[in-house]
Design a protein around this ligand. Structure first.
Ligand SMILES: C[S@@+](CC[C@H](N)C(=O)[O-])C[C@H]1O[C@@H](n2cnc3c(N)ncnc32)[C@H](O)[C@@H]1O
Length: 338
């Protein structure tokens, strides 16, 4: 079978309305195998595993970026979300420009889209900072015979990238971990949002961080969403937060700062709980979410135990910070019992 057709068949499961885990697992294995075979460059070694450390966080090594496909529900929900965003845009626009920042070696969230929309007038800008990932991506595009498509490959830093005169209609990036730790999603979206049109769709459209509480006495294997209780939103990354000028950039991305947020958890509220956690919620497009624990990106992050013998209430000061290790910085101050 011709390679393009084979890829279209293998990735069909990502476009289904619902999730069938068995079929999704099979699709995901076949998709990754085909891309690995196509690439023909060994990445399971020291160079392939090497992250790039930057002033605003790290860019994943090629091996790790390629492994993102295995986070199946994430991969499916992003691809489906991009598909729905295109459907919405092509109702109004004859041509589209899609920018994908942080493609990894396989542009895995966009390849199935590029192949399916080949008869539409869509320009793609594929942006990747890691030279090895970029080299593999360029060779895959060539091997798939996509050089004649309107694809621009750019080996640059998405936190500094200047958008050309054709401003993208859709911008996609998945450069994050749970808690928006370590990677550069915030600065990448900040840079691209500040150059976008009012109606540019960002995927994901919203990422929120909440201070939450975990119920006591539930065995680890039985823990579910209902056992985690969101208490206070402490950070949001979306076009909304940009347009309401909650950002304070001082015209320089290096100085991007966010407000300090105080969360007070009173003794009464704390009763049933034994841990303070950070909950990540991701809305991909049109309010469709990656649910709690469904992906590595939405696993709750442990912040602290609650010691009921000494704690009256908790005061949590938190602030999202940008530096070589971006994260929600927090300080938990227990108010002692008298
Ligand atoms: C989490 S991986 C995701 C890979 C792929 N997009 C996927 O979803 O399967 C993030 C990718 O973004 C790239 N990246 C991170 N920071 C970047 C930056 N500032 N500019 C361009 N690419 C970046 C990394 O090198 C890595 O390949």
């Amino acid at each position: 079978m011709n390679l393009k057709k084979e890829l279209i068949n293998i990735t069909a499961e990502y476009f289904e309305a619902t999730i069938n885990f068995e079929k999704l697992t099979e699709a995901s294995k076949k998709y990754k195998k085909l891309l690995n075979d196509l690439s023909n460059i060994e990445i399971d070694n020291e160079i392939g595993r090497q992250d790039i450390e930057l002033e605003n966080g790290k860019a994943l090594g090629t091996f790790w970026a390629a492994s993102c496909i295995d986070d199946m529900v994430r991969t499916k929900k992003f691809i489906k979300g991009i598909d729905e965003a295109i459907q919405e845009k092509i109702k109004k626009n004859k041509s589209l420009h899609i920018l994908y920042a942080g493609t990894g070696p396989f542009a895995s969230l966009m390849l199935p889209i590029i192949l399916r929309y080949s008869s539409h007038n869509i320009k793609y800008t594929l942006l990747e900072i890691n030279p090895l990932s970029f080299k593999i991506l360029s060779s895959i595009i060539q091997k798939l015979g996509l050089e004649t498509y309107n694809i621009q490959l750019v080996n640059e830093d998405a936190t500094k990238y200047k958008v050309d005169t054709s401003i993208p209609d859709i911008i996609v990036s998945e450069t994050m971990q749970n808690g928006l730790d370590k990677e550069q999603q915030v600065v990448i979206f900040y840079n691209l949002m500040s150059q976008a049109k009012l109606d540019t769709i960002f995927i994901p459209e919203k990422i929120e961080l909440f201070i939450g509480l975990k119920e006591s006495k539930i065995p680890a294997e039985k823990l579910q969403y209902k056992h985690f209780h969101k208490q206070h939103k402490v950070f949001e990354l979306s076009k909304n937060t940009l347009s309401f000028k909650k950002w304070n950039s001082n015209n320089s991305i290096n100085k991007l700062t966010f407000p300090q947020i105080q969360t007070i958890l009173k003794k009464n509220t704390l009763k049933k709980f034994n841990q303070v956690v950070l909950i990540t919620e991701i809305s991909i497009f049109n309010n469709k979410k990656i649910s709690f624990n469904e992906s590595g990106l939405t696993i709750p992050k442990y912040l602290s135990n609650i010691n009921h013998n000494i704690t009256n209430s908790l005061i949590i000061n938190s602030q999202y910070i940008i530096n070589p290790e971006p994260r929600l910085k927090f300080e938990i101050n227990p108010q002692k019992l008298n």
